[in-house]
Design a protein around this ligand. Sequence first.
Ligand code: NAD
Length: 378
Amino acid sequence: MLIGVPTETTVGETRVAATPETVKKLMASGHVVRVQSGAGLAASATDSAYAAVGAEIVDAAGALGCEIVLKVRAPFDDELGLMKPGTVVVGMLNPFDADGLQRMASANLTAFALEAAPRTTRAQSMDVLSSQANIAGYKAVMIAADKYQRFFPMLMTAAGTVKAARVVVLGVGVAGLQAIATAKRLGAVIEASDVRPSVKEQVESLGAKFIDVPYETAEEKDAAEGVGGYARPMPPSWLARQQVEVAKRVAMADVVISTALIPGRAAPTLITAEMVQSMKAGSVIVDIAAGRGADGVGGNCTLSEAGKTVRKHDVTIVGETNLPALVAADASSLYARNVLDFLKLVLPKEGGIKIDLEDDIVAACLVARDGQVTRKST
Ligand code: NAD
């Protein structure tokens, strides 16, 4: 098959959907790969590195005009205009964006949104949410350590003792777990909160303390179990008790990393303006959910501003919306491997494309085909 790798055009997007490593493997399987000139540059993958493994270096039309197009982000209209009807596009195509799905369907694309893959053992090697959230959790702590004007570890020096930083992590999915692990490596003292009770053991195994908020009613217990490993919105009664507990910890924290998300819904508000006001001067909040709150600007913190770092009530609030793009090389390497593993499901050895809807991963990721949106976006 003819496989294209265009340059991403989303502002701030530095990642690329195929690296020289994965291009080499695709070529070894008999495919022809066309990479847009400069596509990998921001991720430290040069045209010459792609050419060295046999890729053809082409312009945007050359890459987008292939039978299969590998993307990081959903294509914009000008990119859709360069894609032929029937093109297979694979990427993080935002399965909850009904308009975006419709645009791809109207362009007659066969589109696979990898974020929609089930969180199963078989899908692990193509789990883009995990590979990228892991990076986001790491980078959030790196940014916090950079903005924070004190040490993370406890230090005993001739000039006196420095206390360890207190870090609170809100939401302990993949990003939260990596944030805990990274903050721990730097010597911080960490507490964490999540709605899902199964997380407690994982938090403790990383050497952090779980903020216990007991479930008092059957409705609370039921909601906390979530669905498919994901959180569901919790009843207001539990959220109110959680907020009291979290508020106490946030007031004492030096750094808060918030990562709480509910798929297809607005991010829950966990840090109010009053809570920010209660924090010590010089504290830092990194809100991974920035821009995903109900107003599209805030995130888990109401004072976050998507894409900006702001200082409010003497607290630095980082609202970076694409943390993986700040670790472009490794984010691309891992993403490209996810894409390659997914392609194995739809590119049989005997050639051509096979869309087997009996395969739960293929069926879940297929969002548009034959002019139709094939997935509900809510
Ligand atoms: P996510 O990004 O959707 O959400 C982040 C975290 O926020 C979740 O842990 C969620 O429970 C939490 N959250 C939501 N509302 C909250 C609130 N009000 N207060 C505090 N926390 C709140 O999650 P994710 O990282 O994508 O992980 C989702 C699930 O998938 C997890 O159960 C994870 O273990 C599972 N998973 C499974 C596999 C696999 O088996 N292959 C791989 C990766 C992840």
